[in-house]
Ligand binder design. Structure first.
Ligand code: NAP
Length: 236
C-alpha cells in the first residue's frame, strides 16, 4: 500500500453543483488534485483542477476519462461517486423513461466508475471509493420509490464490491445523507421535507460539512479496515 503521497488524486462525479461542487472546493483547498465531471462545464480556475464534460452513464466517455487520468497522473487514490438524480413522484405517475434515467445515472454509472477506478487503483494496491445513498432507503419514503430503489442498488453494489476489491487494497463505502439544501430537493414541498426531518433522530437539514466529515473518515489511510459500510446522517 502506497500512502506516502499526502497529495491525493481524487475523482468527484457531479462536480458542477450542490454537494459535488462543495467537495471539489473542499479537497482543492486541502491541497489535493481533483478531477471533476458533469454534463455541464465548470469554470473552476485552479491549477489542481481538471473538468470533464460528460454523461456519467456513457461508457465510452467514462473510459476515456479514466484513460486521461492514467496518462496524466498514473494513479487514482479516491473516487467519490456523487453524481445522482431524483424524481419525487407517486409510482402511478412515474413513466418508465424516468425509471431508466434514474437507474442509468445512479446505479449503472456508479458501477461503471467503480469498475474503471479499481483497475487504476489496484496498480498501487490502494484506493478509496465512496458511493452515495440516501436516508430515503431506510425510511422507505412514499413518492421516492424509484429513487430509493436505485440507491438500494447502490448500497448492494457497495457491499459486494467491498468484497471483490479488498484484495486490491481498495475500500468501498457509502454515505446516506439526509436532505441537504441543493437543487436536488428544491421542488420538494416544505411540508414533505419537514415530515422527513421529523423521522430523523436529529431533526435538521444536513450541512455540506456533515458530508465531508464522513468522507474524510472513509478516505483516510487509517480507514483501511473499514469497508462495505453504509453510514446514514442524522440518525436514520
Ligand atoms: N441533496 C440532498 O438532499 C441529498 C440527500 C441524499 C442523498 N443525496 C445524494 O447526493 C448526491 C449529490 O446530490 P446533490 O444534492 O448535490 O444534487 P444536485 O445539486 O442536483 O447535483 C447533482 C450533480 O450531479 C451531476 N449529474 C447529474 N446527472 C449527471 C449525469 N448524467 N452525468 C454527469 N453528471 C451528472 C450534476 O451536473 P450536471 O447537471 O451538470 O450534469 C450535478 O453536478 C446524489 O447522489 C444524491 O442522490 C442528496
Amino acid at each position: 500500500m502506497d500512502t506516502s503521497h499526502t497529495q491525493q488524486v481524487i475523482l468527484i462525479t457531479g462536480s458542477s453543483r450542490g454537494i459535488g461542487l462543495y467537495l471539489t472546493h473542499y479537497y482543492l483547498n486541502a491541497g489535493h488534485i481533483v478531477i471533476g465531471c458533469s454534463r455541464s462545464e465548470l469554470s473552476i480556475e485552479h491549477q489542481n483542477y481538471q473538468h470533464f464534460s460528460l454523461d456519467v452513464a456513457s461508457e465510452i466517455d467514462v473510459k476515456s476519462l479514466f484513460s486521461s487520468i492514467r496518462k496524466r497522473h498514473k494513479r487514482l487514490d479516491v473516487l467519490i461517486n456523487n453524481a445522482g438524480i431524483a424524481a419525487m413522484n407517486h409510482a402511478m405517475l412515474t413513466p418508465l423513461s424516468t425509471v431508466e434515467k434514474i437507474f442509468s445515472t445512479n446505479v449503472f454509472a456508479s458501477f461503471l466508475f467503480c469498475r474503471e477506478a479499481v483497475k487504476l487503483m489496484r496498480k498501487n494496491q490502494y484506493g478509496r471509493i465512496v458511493n452515495f445513498s440516501t436516508v430515503a432507503v431506510p425510511f422507505a419514503l412514499e413518492g421516492e420509490a424509484i429513487y430509493a430503489a436505485s440507491k438500494s442498488a447502490v448500497e448492494s453494489l457497495t457491499q459486494t464490491l467491498a468484497k471483490e476489491f479488498s484484495e486490491f487494497g481498495v475500500t468501498v463505502n457509502a454515505i446516506g445523507p439526509t436532505p441537504i439544501q441543493t437543487d436536488l430537493i428544491k421542488n420538494v414541498p416544505d411540508d414533505k421535507l419537514n415530515k422527513l426531518l421529523e423521522k430523523q433522530s436529529i431533526k435538521r437539514f444536513g450541512e455540506m460539512a456533515d458530508v465531508s466529515n464522513v468522507i474524510d473518515f472513509y478516505i483516510k489511510p487509517e480507514s483501511s479496515f473499514i469497508t462495505g459500510q453504509i453510514l446514514y446522517l442524522g440518525g436514520a
